[in-house]
Design a protein around this ligand. Structure first.
Ligand code: ZN
Length: 133
């Protein structure tokens, strides 16, 4: 069973959305971090067992820039925590799920991550994440 680690939400501007989500969730943003390789700035909120991750694009041709141009702001991905990301990638690709990266890559919040193509997951972009040891 995989635990929902966080939900990723694409936003146009963190400067607008961080105060909005602080009001909505009634909790302060506890961390912001740039992931330069992905072209995003992230902001995190604790929401019980899971977190909310806001994603702002730092370049138009990055994944979040493209997503917002196509679909607008909104839910971008669901991230599930795994103990051993390589084993889980192997398990899921063996079941026919399409992985977007063949090897784990560095994500925000000290994580190794891998994304699954939405066309193999009923239209939902799924992130697997493992705490870096
Ligand atoms: Zn994420």
């Amino acid at each position: 069973m995989l635990r929902l680690e966080h939900m990723g939400i694409a936003v146009k501007q963190l400067s607008v959305s961080v105060p909005l989500f602080e009001q909505l969730l009634n909790t302060p943003c506890y961390k912001t971090e740039e992931v330069a390789s992905e072209g995003v700035n992230t902001a995190f909120f604790r929401t019980g067992e899971s977190k909310v991750e806001l994603l702002e694009s730092t370049r138009e041709d990055g994944p979040i820039g493209k997503f917002i141009a196509k679909k607008g702001e909104g839910i971008h991905h669901l991230a599930f925590e795994v103990e051993d990301i390589e084993a889980e990638m192997k398990r899921l690709s063996g079941l026919g799920f399409e992985l977007l990266n063949a090897v784990p890559k560095n994500g925000a919040d000290n994580k190794l991550v891998c994304f699954l193509h939405p066309k193999s997951t009923n239209g939902v972009l799924i992130e697997l994440c493992q705490e870096k040891k």
